[in-house]
Design a protein around this ligand. Structure first.
Ligand SMILES: NC(=O)C1=CN([C@@H]2O[C@H](COP(=O)(O)OP(=O)(O)OC[C@H]3O[C@@H](n4cnc5c(N)ncnc54)[C@H](O)[C@@H]3O)[C@@H](O)[C@H]2O)[C@@H](O)CC1
Ligand SMILES: Nc1ncnc2c1ncn2[C@@H]1O[C@H](COP(=O)(O)OP(=O)(O)O)[C@@H](O)[C@H]1O
Ligand SMILES: [K+]
Length: 530
């Protein structure tokens, strides 16, 4: 966000380390904001966070590296010292490597008689502030830095990281050798990608984004940065339901789902779709599923085909009837399902969601890429992505943004790469990372629920990319409500559907917002006004 738009409801910006540095420079060089002022605000924000648990500040150690993260740390030490806290500052690394800002901060600190130590007794401190490396970490941590990080982690002190836990790659969230396991992280200006992805988000602990006077460039386009959906974005982007609407105007969704004896997946996606506002839902499925689906979900219309008798004429009529199509959950990959899906792709110009077996079949039939309609959302989990692209799971997981972006651009589709932190990429370069949800969602059928929500939103929303990002966020919010009710071990996909009414009905309150974003919040934001 630019400074003028600060609270105007734009999605939360997430930056790479390169972008973080560019925006620092932009604030300093273009906006003429002196670097020392930014640093002072950064340090004050950290002190603010520290004082939220003042009882832990009996004896504080600030560990600093040689760069500007270290300079922030020295400023934190000085402010704490001047407030009367017992604080020691320890600078690691050779003096000749100190950044100019660190030298300046040390000069000030010395004048104020801040206690500087070389060999701290690690276990004496009640709080340790980690200011060794920030976004400037460029390689694996070794030597005395590694030793210091190990020492910090071994103590029982409260650990607060400045900008990024040291040792964490701020782009990928990977641990570069060893990293500080922080209780809290105060990150500056913007969330960093590595703080959103696993394992980074776990190592950062509760993460606070502090406004220190660095904002996006004016007139920046949305594709310049990754974003994270927040509840206020749902309020802005989810179309209001017209008071005078009818079931036809709220979206007619067709599911090609559920082969023989696979009624469950068809039920889950169709049910989630109805719970997400779709006016009408029809399931095109195997005949054997008719009775069970009629019993489980009497609201859904059904078109059924007998074994070996795929009815292409009926599918054609269903495709004419609907506004949006979703294919794949429980579909199977037999020759009949393969030909149904191929027929669907050849005859469908409507927005389409492809999930599960539709993705597996797509992987086996790469020539289908030419048949995709204009608006197409792919929702692969890592294994499905691997099958479609030939990349290893490790490759995809190491660079989820790149993998999703590459796929989206190659096939001109919206790619929802599902994982504990789902990444959404669009051919025009926009991307999102989802912060809602929990490990309880790693349960069979959870993805089918997302397919249903996505199809429902595509049927009513203007921008399919926004709708895909909202669907992922709302799916996670429902997962968080379900987790609150049933616990992460016991919740099921049906519990996620069961939580949708609460998510759509009352929204997420202040606590819900915090919960849904896994402890990431914006300092000073008044959630009550959402
Ligand atoms: N005015 C500014 O530019 C601002 C900078 N800020 C702080 O500055 C930080 C970025 O500062 P820097 O760009 O100086 O980077 P860092 O302070 O994160 O680290 C860079 C230093 O660490 C060294 N280094 C990197 N990886 C290493 C490794 N594995 N082993 C040993 N040494 C290693 C580099 O050679 C360099 O000296 C941010 O994270 C933030 O904390 C904030 O105060 C906001 C304002
Ligand atoms: N640890 C986790 N934290 C948050 N969300 C998760 C986690 N694990 C899985 N999910 C979400 O749950 C869903 C699982 O989908 P998928 O793997 O397709 O399940 P299925 O094929 O059983 O329906 C995805 O939306 C994914 O993002
Ligand atoms: K740090």
């Amino acid at each position: 966000m630019t400074c003028g738009e600060k609270e105007a409801g734009r999605m939360k910006t997430v930056v790479s380390s390169v972008q973080a540095k560019e925006l620092d420079q932009y604030a300093i060089e273009e906006m003429k904001m002196p670097s020392l002022i930014l640093m002072e605000r950064a340090a004050l924000a950290v002190v603010d966070a520290l004082e939220k648990k003042a009882e832990t500040l009996k004896c504080v150690l600030v560990v600093c590296g040689t760069g500007n993260n270290g300079a922030d740390g020295v400023a934190v030490g000085r402010i704490l010292h001047l407030k009367g806290y017992d604080v020691n500052v320890c600078c690691l690394g050779e003096e000749q490597r100190y950044s100019p800002e660190l030298r300046q901060q040390l000069e000030i600190a010395k004048k104020y008689c801040v206690s500087l130590v070389n060999n701290p007794s690690w276990n004496e401190y009640t709080t340790i502030v980690d200011a060794i490396f920030g976004v400037g970490l460029s390689r694996n941590v070794t030597g005395f830095y590694l030793e210091a990080i190990k020492q910090i982690n071994q103590t029982f002190a409260r650990k607060v990281a400045v900008d990024v836990p040291s040792g964490l790659c701020s782009d990928s969230g990977r641990i570069l050798g060893h990293a500080v396991r922080a209780d809290e992280t105060v990150t500056f200006a913007f969330l960093k990608k590595g703080l959103c992805l696993y394992p980074g988000c776990e190592w950062a602990g509760e993460t606070c984004v502090a406004d220190i006077g660095i904002y996006e460039r004016k007139n920046e386009t949305p594709e310049a940065y990754t974003h994270a959906v927040e509840w206020q974005d749902v309020r802005c982007l989810l179309p209001k339901r017209a008071e005078n609407g009818n079931k036809g105007s709220f979206g007619k969704v067709l599911f090609l789902a559920g082969s023989r004896q696979m009624a469950g997946a068809a039920y889950l996606c169709a049910s989630a779709c109805l719970r997400s506002g779709a006016g009408m839902v029809k399931i095109h499925t195997a005949q054997e599923n008719r009775e069970i689906l009629q019993t489980l979900l009497p609201e859904a219309l059904l078109s059924t085909y007998a074994e070996g008798q795929a009815d292409f004429q009926m599918l054609k009529e269903d495709l004419e009837w609907c506004d949006v199509v979703a294919a794949g959950p429980g579909l199977g990959q037999g020759p009949q399902e393969c030909s149904l899906l191929q027929f669907l792709l050849e005859n469908c110009a409507k927005p389409l969601v492809l999930d599960a077996d539709a993705l597996n079949l797509f992987g086996k039939n790469p020539h289908w890429a030419k048949k995709l309609p204009k608006t197409c959302v792919f929702t692969p989990h890592l294994m499905e992505m691997s099958r479609m692209t030939g990349k290893t799971l490790e490759e995809i997981q190491r660079e989820p943004f790149h993998s999703a972006d590459e796929f989206a651009k190659r096939h001109q589709v919206i790619c929802v790469l599902k994982d504990a932190r789902t990444v959404i990429a669009v051919p025009d370069g926009r991307s999102w990372v989802n912060l809602s949800g929990n490990s309880g969602m790693a349960t069979a059928g959870s993805g089918d629920v997302l397919t249903g929500i996505t199809a429902a939103l595509l049927a009513v929303g203007e921008d399919p990319a926004h709708m895909a990002a909202l669907a992922v966020y709302l799916h996670g919010c429902a997962g968080d409500v379900a987790c609150g009710r049933k616990g992460d071990r016991s919740m099921t996909a049906q519990d996620i559907i069961g939580a949708l009414p609460e998510v759509f009905k009352r929204g997420v309150d202040k606590n819900g917002e915090k919960q849904s974003n896994k402890g990431i919040y914006i300092a000073g934001r008044d959630c009550a006004k959402f």
